[in-house]
Design a protein around this ligand. Structure first.
Ligand code: BG6
Length: 474
């Protein structure tokens, strides 16, 4: 369902928070700058602090000056943008604020065309949704609710039980086609390109299965720690912060079947089937398939317990038990404070049946690979063996490479920009559907209970992670 294109409002809950400052306001400004935010669209910011519209605008301006200084270069556009922001001070637990919100939307003429953005801590999501319902601001019903929509930030619940509860509450107040569960990874060009790469080229898909692929490795590594988010990390840990969402979504994109068409549900059906096919973990399987780690120094971070056993690293061997992938291991590792920042998917193909050009075991040295680098470089490389120049008949690995930056004249949109546009247009393809959320939590819950009582392995900051992680390969 599309909002009325000429006049709608994006209501931001948590408008004074970090996410709003770092991602949302800069993305909204970009939307405005590029003419993607229609002239009649407003932004209604809600926060606890008692501020006037003008005071809040000054706060946004100051934060953008520090966090995205480029925005302020275009003064006229910025002035125009900042005056579209209206501020409402409210305690999100208190129904009164929602009645005032309703009045504000009536005043703006956007009551029926509101996109609610929950940039708030996860525990507040059900509270906000219930209060919207009480103030007759839900997405159902005849009183104009049909065009109201909601965007919810990850983490979407903290386990299967809480995700189900949240889904149930939301389901009572908004229809599923008005619910946009955001995972910003799905807004990245290189992530969207996984499906394009697989299904718009004739040469890869016939090989993309258990007969030809030896294994898949997905890496999400960051060379920085938790960046002051100690309290949050103590609650989540890496499995909830990155594995449940970003990593499993990448895995689903690599492993999914071709969709019957490009509708949001057709694509999400296929991703959901992958997640449903992932084998759950048990205390018997976990020792050889799960390694958790914690970087040295984590326990001295602000907000972290001195004896914390929260993981900041995980390496997991997944099995996708379906006809295409049975027997092919998917190694997924993700961690904070590692040697480098890189997100990458490596598909390694089987070795040829005989290796004429060296020892049999040396084949893995040149085994064909497709390497999808999601970031920071945006490249796809194909690895193959080539004869090393000289007298000997031996092979070395070489690479053919495509680079987004050199192959295309224009850059892409930032993930939040892209996803806000999709949500405004009502396109859910790159948002997570209820069933996928629940399958993903089922997998993470099974890992967590399978390793219960096991402390994470320590690893040195800026290293490759715990040595024990090597043990899950092979
Ligand atoms: C967030 C996680 O969802 O994604 C962070 O909470 C992580 O811990 C971030 O650093 C990574 O996003 P990106 O786009 O910088 O790779």
């Amino acid at each position: 369902m599309q909002l009325k294109p000429e006049s709608f409002t994006i209501v931001i809950f948590g408008a004074n928070g970090d996410l709003a400052a770092r991602k949302l306001f800069p993305a909204l400004f970009e939307l405005a700058r590029l003419g993607h935010l229609p002239a009649g669209a407003t932004l209604t910011a809600i926060g606890r602090a008692a501020l006037s519209h003008e005071e809040f605008r000054a706060v946004v301006q100051e934060k953008m000056r520090t966090l995205s200084p480029d925005s302020l270069k275009d003064e006229a556009v910025f002035e125009e943008f900042i005056h579209r922001i209206f501020y409402l001070s409210a305690d999100l637990d208190d129904p009164d604020g929602y009645h005032r919100l309703k009045k504000e939307l009536e005043r703006q003429g956007t009551l029926c065309d509101a996109l609610f953005y929950l940039a708030t801590p996860p525990a507040l999501a059900p509270v906000i949704v219930r209060n919207l319902e009480r103030a007759a601001l839900g997405g159902k019903g005849s009183a104009g609710g049909g065009r109201r929509k909601i965007i919810i930030e990850k983490p979407y619940g903290r386990d299967l039980g809480s995700a189900r509860e949240l889904n149930a509450v939301i389901g009572e107040v908004f229809p599923e086609d008005a619910v946009f569960r955001i995972d910003h990874y799905l807004g990245k060009e290189t992530v969207q390109n996984i499906m394009v790469f697989r299904f718009s080229n004739g040469i890869f898909e016939p090989l993309w299965n258990r007969s030809h692929i030896a294994n898949v490795t997905i890496t999400i590594a960051e060379d920085f720690g938790i960046r002051g988010r100690g309290a949050l990390y103590e609650e989540s840990g890496l499995l909830r912060d990155i594995m449940q969402n970003h990593a499993l979504q990448l895995l689903a994109a690599v492993a999914m079947e071709p969709p019957v068409d490009l509708s949001a549900d057709a694509v999400r059906d296929e991703k959901s089937k992958v997640l449903r096919s992932i084998r759950l973990f048990s205390p018997q399987s976990a020792p050889t398939s799960v390694v958790l780690g914690q970087y040295e120094g984590y326990r001295s971070e602000k907000g972290v317990a001195a004896d914390s056993t929260v993981e900041t690293y995980a390496a997991v061997k997944f099995h996708v038990d379906n006809w295409r992938w049975k027997g092919v291991p998917f190694y997924v590792r993700a961690g904070k404070n590692l040697a480098e920042t890189v997100t990458e998917i490596v598909i390694t193909f089987n070795c040829p049946p005989q290796n004429f050009f060296g020892e049999a075991e040396s084949c893995s040295y040149t085994a064909n690979q497709v390497i999808l680098r999601i970031q920071p470089e945006e490249t796809i490389a194909i690895r193959f063996g080539a004869k090393r120049p000289g007298e000997e008949l031996v092979t070395d690995p070489v690479y053919m490479k495509f680079d987004y930056r050199t192959s295309f004249a224009t850059g892409g949109l930032t993930p939040y920009h892209r996803l806000l546009l999709d949500a405004m247009a009502g396109d859910q393809m790159n948002f997570i559907r209820q069933d996928s959320v629940e399958y993903s939590w089922g997998i993470i819950d099974s890992i967590r209970s399978a390793v219960e009582g096991r402390d994470p392995e320590p690893y040195a900051a800026h290293s490759k992670g715990p040595d024990a992680a090597e043990g899950i390969y092979g």
